[in-house]
Design a binder for this molecule. Structure first.
Ligand SMILES: [Mg+2]
Length: 169
């Protein structure tokens, strides 16, 4: 039987976005904040537009192990949106995948990175995403396609999502 198709978002699903903010060089952060300001939590506004920020981010807990495991049982792709106003994010996302999963054909995500503002155009059984934006909601509205809302009950973390998906492979 052929494998089901599974798409996995990057930011706040595989990639810990906030860890990139915490690792920004101080002068880079200050220069950005001078133009964009800070939010109520004290973080830079529009942090996703800071050049190079995506390269600094750590994996989410359990994400690397989950992707490796799921790639054995699903036709698996990373499906992420790169900010329109941050060209470095488009290459940083590729470099991040290569750094954490390997560059060659042995990587579970080798040539399986899709950057899109229209996730619903990718057809498959599951999309694991922490947001409804950029087509994630529409993806889940299609018949036989499910949006797994990462971070929300009952999909709070990778151990829960992994169990759920492995039962439905
Ligand atoms: Mg996300």
């Amino acid at each position: 039987m052929s494998k089901k198709t599974l798409f996995v978002d990057m930011d706040n699903v595989i990639v810990d976005f906030k860890s990139g903010i915490n690792k920004l060089p101080r002068e880079v952060e200050e220069e950005h904040v001078a133009y964009h300001g800070r939010n109520e939590r004290g973080e830079p506004n529009d942090a996703d537009e800071i050049q190079g920020i995506f390269a600094l981010m750590d994996p989410m807990p359990g994400a690397i192990e989950a992707i490796n495991k799921l790639s054995e049982h699903f036709d698996l792709y990373a499906l992420s949106t790169a900010p329109w106003n941050n060209s470095s994010a488009w290459s940083d996302k590729l470099l991040w995948i290569q750094k954490h999963f390997g560059r060659g054909p042995g990587s579970p995500l080798y040539k399986r990175l899709i950057l899109s503002h229209h996730k619903h155009l990718s057809q498959g059984h599951f999309l694991v995403d922490d947001r409804l934006a950029n087509g994630a909601r529409e993806f889940g509205e299609r018949q036989n396609s499910q949006h797994i809302h990462f971070g929300q009950d009952p999909f709070e973390d990778w151990s829960k999502v992994l169990d759920y998906l492995l039962e439905r492979r």
